[in-house]
Design a protein around this ligand. Structure first.
Ligand code: AMP
Length: 214
């Protein structure tokens, strides 16, 4: 099964994609994560991507389409994949359709997760993660049980995404509503669109996503 998960920043796409991938044996493909890896290489293209991401804008369509085209051909995607953060605009959606058609593949379900804007800003501006195992925390809702120590691996270093701050979140939300939200209409017309509320607790949202997939 091939699935697209999309929704505004902070709505929980990444968290739900990880759970869904583990539960259904699918490969989680996050373009945001792949781009952050590209930035870490320190290459010229990585530096340009870093500047765009830090400002909250979109990386060029050609770069992300190229990344996805390479990635979905890998053997670990053979059982199916979950696209998280891609496509993010109509050009990417059309390119994805053409790409999949040329490979004899298709998207089976598209899940739009929605949330309340004020809560999204609050969620993103407080989130941070363990620098060692990547476990997610939040300054107001989910602090480590022991201050400064990761609950899962005991590491004492934490990181915060450069684009997770109040100013950039507003730019990212604006980009979502301007560029990505029109995909709701696109996928509704193509068929297979499901909408899920991302505001309840994580396990409840996961149950609701699984219910619409079943
Ligand atoms: P995310 O991890 O999905 O929140 O993405 C973080 C940032 O990566 C976004 O704000 C964009 O700058 C960039 N990005 C991720 N996916 C895409 C995409 N499909 N198209 C353009 N830019 C993207």
């Amino acid at each position: 099964m091939n699935i697209i998960l999309f929704g505004p920043p902070g709505v929980g796409k990444g968290t739900q994609a990880v759970l869904l991938a583990a539960g259904r044996g699918l490969k989680h493909l996050s373009t945001g994560e792949m781009l952050r890896e590209l930035v870490k290489t320190g290459s010229e293209v990585g530096k340009r991507v870093d500047m765009i991401m830090t400002g909250g804008g979109f990386v060029s369509d050609d770069i992300v389409i190229g990344i996805i085209a390479d990635r979905i051909d890998q053997p670990d995607c053979a059982n199916g994949f979950i696209l998280d953060g891609f496509p993010r605009n109509l050009k990417q959606a059309v390119a994805l359709d053409e790409l999949l058609r040329s490979k004899g593949k298709a998207i089976d379900r598209v899940i739009e997760i929605h949330g309340e804007e004020r809560a999204l800003v609050e969620r993103i501006s407080g989130r941070f993660s363990c620098a060692n195992c990547g476990a997610n925390y939040h300054g107001a809702f989910k602090l480590p049980k022991l201050t400064g120590v990761c609950d899962y691996c005991g590491a004492t270093k934490f990181t915060r995404r450069a684009d997770d701050n109040v100013e950039t979140v507003r730019v990212r939300l604006m980009a979502y509503y301007r560029e990505t939200a029109p995909l709701i209409g696109y996928y509704f017309c193509k068929g297979g669109l499901e909408s899920v509320d991302g505001m309840p607790p994580v396990d409840e949202v996961a149950r609701n996503i699984n219910a619409v997939l079943d």
